[in-house]
Design a protein around this ligand. Structure first.
Ligand code: SF4
Length: 585
């Protein structure tokens, strides 16, 4: 790796050709989020729509990828079909290590393939193979076909693919990454679909030199020890994030039945412990991660209606998918939850968006705003069979209702009614009904992700209503996350990778300039990302909050409408001011 330059593979799908570009600016952009923003500035256009064929799909890794544990994420940047604004989605699997072992810091995919195709890249090859026979295939079938078609470098190979949802332009379409990870939110799958790209194979087919001297192995062992021999990461491997289900239910912060409740005794069916006892098959891990937080459960599937022969299907689960296909839909049996998630995996939709959308559709049915004429299958809280079928309809856009719902719950609600109870915080809510700070933070967040800020955590520790303190927390917390997202570290390791430790890692890896300037660079990256988001149409004052969020009761009591509105206003003002100051620099 050159400490000053990025090595980027730029692919034009229209011609099936690519070129390697060396781009200056590592000390200003680091990698990951910062690099993705820099590349969007160079190759994208904030004012053209997301489905302009020239808009890039960017996959970027960080300077420490392949050198230190848990530097396992890839940042996927694109203009989102959900709101037509610049955004990012993050995923691990083998993607980051494969890009690094192929010798690149980023892949930029532009143009549109003439027919449905798979892109296959490595350090010395680029191939665009026609895969018209995969049209309409789900993500699991597509993955199997791709593994047969692209056999080389299986241990160092990453496979990204879409299902039917991406092909039809569903704004909830995600990209499946190596089966158990996803570029989940904001519709990256539809961007691939629009580019006629069914899959991307990244072959990490070469080596790279490790830093010389004794400092690197010494520091590596120190970090490795921190993540494996201390309690810092244990919880992620053991029960994993599903442990949060009971914790949040206990403090009246778990969304139930389209957020009509925040706690329910029926939690016992879907706690992290119960899932581990009943449905857990094994743990998995992203490449380069010794923690292994990926929990993989199983469901039985009958071969056909008549036979008594079954096959077992493996389905990954985390806190968010369980909230979305479980409590939010009133489904309280682990196997039932996994059956719904299995369908979402196949059609390849973001489970959080899908679950929240179907929860809204259920309440809209109860209230008589829609009927089976639209939903085609009876929807009732707790009825897993109906939800599995509805998830298939949503992902395949089987009728006008599901096609509208696939563009976002609020899009459907504007047409059919029920905006008040559409649980949308900029995008379908993440599973944290913790209170005012989270609601303000997610609705105005850069990725509309709970990991954009620590708002959900702040709510759980602060009952006081101090707007200045809360907004300052959100603003001060963000650069550190930008720094980690530029490295690109798994955010579960944010307790391990302090700024000091990251500086040490950069120093021994040969990036001294970045190591000595991390605070400043992180702030610049934060500004750059927001600048692109605003330039592509983000207006904080236009984001509305459905009434449902004002009617909740959490552990802090009833949601305080004045506090929530003031928080939103002030947080929006501070982000806007940040962008203005950056424009003047
Ligand atoms: S902790 Fe989990 S998500 Fe993070 S890198 Fe490891 S396996 Fe991947």
């Amino acid at each position: 790796m050159n400490p000053d330059q990025f090595r980027i593979l730029v692919v034009d799908l229209a011609t099936g050709k690519g070129k390697v570009e060396l781009i200056d600016g590592r000390s200003e952009a680091l990698g990951g989020s910062g690099l993705a923003a820099m590349l969007f500035e160079k190759y994208g256009d904030v004012s053209s729509p997301w489905n302009d064929a020239e808009q890039p799909l960017i996959l970027a890794v960080g300077p420490l990828t392949g050198l230190f544990p848990l530097m396992s994420k890839t940042v996927c940047a694109f203009k989102s079909p959900y709101h037509d604004q610049y955004t990012e989605s993050h995923a691990g699997g083998r993607s980051a290590l494969s890009i690094r072992f192929a010798g690149y810091d980023a892949l930029v995919v532009r143009g549109r393939a003439p027919v449905l195709s798979c892109l296959n890249i490595g350090s010395h090859h680029l191939e665009l193979r026609e895969t018209g026979f995969l049209a309409g295939a789900n993500a699991i079938v597509t993955g199997k076909a791709m593994r047969r078609m692209f056999r080389d470098n299986s241990g160092h190979r990453s496979m990204l693919r879409i299902g039917q949802s991406g092909e039809i332009g569903c704004a909830m379409a995600c990209v499946n990454v190596d089966t158990y990870r996803h570029f989940g939110r904001l519709g990256a799958g539809a961007v691939m679909g629009h580019k006629n790209l069914k899959g991307i194979v990244i072959q990490g087919d070469r080596d790279f030199a490790l830093p010389e001297g004794r400092d690197y192995p010494k520091l590596f062992h120190k970090v490795y020890g921190m993540v494996t021999h201390t309690d810092m990461m244990k919880k992620y491997h053991n029960l994993g994030t599903p442990a949060n289900l009971k914790t949040l239910n206990d403090i009246q912060s778990l969304p139930w039945r389209n957020l009509q409740q925040t706690s329910d005794p029926a939690i016992d069916g879907i706690t992290g412990e119960r899932l581990a006892d009943e449905v857990l098959l094994r743990n998995g891990a992203c490449s380069g991660c010794p923690v292994g937080c990926i929990h993989i459960g199983f469901v039985r599937e009958r071969f056909d209606a008549e036979s008594n022969r079954y096959m077992y299907r493996q389905v990954g689960y985390d806190y968010e998918p369980i909230f979305a296909a479980g409590s939010m839909l009133g489904v309280t049996n682990g196997f039932d939850v996994l059956r719904i998630l299995d369908v979402m995996e196949k059609v390849c939709i973001d489970s959080m968006s899908g679950g929240v959308a179907l929860a809204w559709a259920t309440e809209a049915t109860e209230k008589g705003l829609i009927s089976e004429k639209e939903t085609l299958v009876p929807l009732a809280f707790g009825d897993a069979r109906g939800y599995a079928t509805a998830a298939l309809y949503l992902g395949t856009g089987v009728n006008e209702f599901y096609r509208q719902l696939g563009q976002g719950t609020l899009t459907a609600a504007r047409n059919y009614g029920g905006e008040d109870f559409a649980c949308v915080l900029g995008q379908e809510m993440a599973g944290y009904a913790t209170g005012e700070v989270f609601f303000a933070a997610q609705s105005l967040g850069f990725r509309h992700s709970h990991l954009d800020t620590g708002g959900y955590s702040y709510d759980q520790k602060h009952a006081e209503k101090d707007v200045e303190k809360a907004v300052s927390f959100l603003m001060d917390d963000e650069p550190g996350r930008c720094m980690l997202n530029s490295m690109v570290s798994c955010l579960f390791a944010r307790g391990v990778y302090s700024q000091e430790l990251l500086s040490e890692c950069l120093e021994v890896a040969g990036f001294s300039e970045s190591a000595n300037n991390l605070s400043n660079v992180s702030e610049q990256i934060r500004k750059h990302r927001w600048k692109l988001r605003f330039a592509s149409g983000f207006k904080p004052e236009e984001i509305t909050l459905p009434k449902r969020f004002y009617k909740l009761t959490t552990w802090k009591g009833k949601v305080d409408a004045d506090y929530l509105n003031t928080l939103r206003k002030e947080y929006g003002r501070r982000i806007t001011a940040l962008v203005k100051s950056s424009n003047q620099e």
